[in-house]
Design a protein around this ligand. Structure first.
Ligand SMILES: [Zn+2]
Length: 399
């Protein structure tokens, strides 16, 4: 075996918190792993092909007082918010910030309403997910709901999430963040709940109707599993620490990015990113999820929320408070051969990109670090005997 090249200097990493770093790494590792599962799909080519034919690809190493990060310029991203870990992270982070802005822009009492349907392992993802989307539409058009909405809701944001459980199967559910009255009576809650139930039955059938309290019992909103109001509202008219409180509230509502740890959920329930991580073992589940979510919107704001956010942005975000500290950017050219080698390596080592990024961030001379890293990458591919697009196939020495 040839001598292993000396490890590249890692230096000191600055800035970004450990969890941020980990999250950034997770998405690249997941994308690399999913390439094998998503063969032929657009997601599998995310970050592989150049944006325009013949255009150069560059790595940007940006650093400022907050730390350093690496971005890619010139590669085509797939833009899938449901099924690409890298694009989902980017898009969802942006949408999450927008939602926080909506909450801050529309001051008042925000509550979260979660809508669910009954399901079990026998139900396929696609009809279930389609049915849930149709049920939301039908529910909002229902006369009682529409009237209540008109009279009470100043702004709303809807997020659809899907998880999977070994015992319960696919679990598509809807989080609605609603800026409305400070109190919601039991009568109102029951009306909305009944309307949800009938919408579910109409769109998905009796077997999906959420559990209902036995007839004759007084309606108890805390027992309602189909149409459940979150206990703690967020009051954004109270200025105290409002930006942080809003951010935490939104994070809790599931607009979170790559979820890293389980949060006391039912045993065997997985987030989509856990499903992605297991896609090598259960590609069927991952592909079923991708097919079921295709074409659906993950997040939607109503007009009130959009309008409030627009005004807020004009008023508060138009003028930056401080001039941002100068950023130092190192631009490193990546040739087509090098890009191909990196992707080839990624097939065998899903950690390739995070390793490369770390190496660049850690170096005082990222260009030099890149040259060494890419040479080592070519050497590694040669040792593996991997057929490489532009290289002559070599006969490998035995052993
Ligand atoms: Zn992508």
């Amino acid at each position: 075996m040839p001598a292993t090249p000396a490890p590249l200097p890692l230096g000191t990493e600055t800035g970004s918190s450990a969890s941020q770093k980990k999250r950034g790494e997770t998405q690249y590792i997941l994308r690399a792993r999913l390439r094998r599962t998503m063969v032929g799909k657009r997601e599998a080519k995310c970050g592989v092909v150049t944006r325009r034919k013949g255009e150069d690809v560059h790595l940007h190493v940006e650093s400022d007082a907050n730390g350093a990060k690496v971005t890619w310029d010139g590669v085509q991203l797939c833009g899938h918010v449901w099924s690409c870990p890298v694009c989902a992270t980017r898009i969802r982070a942006q949408r999450r910030d927008e939602v926080v802005q909506s909450l801050l822009a529309q001051r008042g009492t925000w509550r979260m309403l979660t809508l669910t349907v009954r399901h079990n392992v026998a139900h396929d993802a696609k009809p279930l997910v389609d049915g849930v989307y149709n049920a939301i539409k039908a529910w909002r058009k229902n006369g009682t709901v529409a009237r209540w909405w008109r009279e009470n809701v100043k702004a709303s944001v809807r997020v659809v999430e899907i998880t999977w459980g070994t015992r319960t199967g696919w679990h598509p559910h809807v989080h609605l963040m609603v800026c409305g009255p400070s109190e919601i009576t039991k009568t109102e809650a029951k009306k909305l709940s009944d309307a949800w139930r009938s919408a579910v039955v109409a769109e998905l059938g009796d077997e999906h109707e959420p559990w209902q309290q036995p007839a004759g019992e007084a309606y108890d909103p805390t027992l309602d599993v189909g149409c459940k109001w979150g206990e703690k509202p967020l009051d954004t008219s109270d200025e105290h620490d409002v930006a942080n409180r809003a951010a935490r509230y939104v994070a809790k509502c599931g607009v979170e990015i790559v979820q890293e740890k389980k949060t006391g959920r039912e045993l065997g329930r997985m987030t989509v990113w856990e499903l992605a991580a297991n896609a090598t073992m259960r590609p069927d589940l991952w592909l079923e999820y991708c097919a079921a979510t295709k074409g659906h919107r993950m997040l939607e704001e109503n007009r009130g929320a959009k309008e409030a956010r627009r005004k807020y942005a004009e008023e508060f975000l138009g003028v930056p408070e401080d001039v941002p500290a100068p950023k130092s950017v190192t631009r490193i050219a990546v040739s087509a051969d090098e890009l191909a080698a990196i992707r080839q390596l990624e097939v065998q080592f899903p950690r390739t990109l995070p390793d490369l990024h770390r190496c660049l961030i850690g170096s005082s001379d990222p260009k030099e670090a890149y040259s060494r890293w890419i040479l080592e990458a070519f050497a590694k591919l040669a040792r593996l005997g991997t057929l490489y697009p532009h290289a002559e196939p070599e006969s490998r020495a035995p052993g």
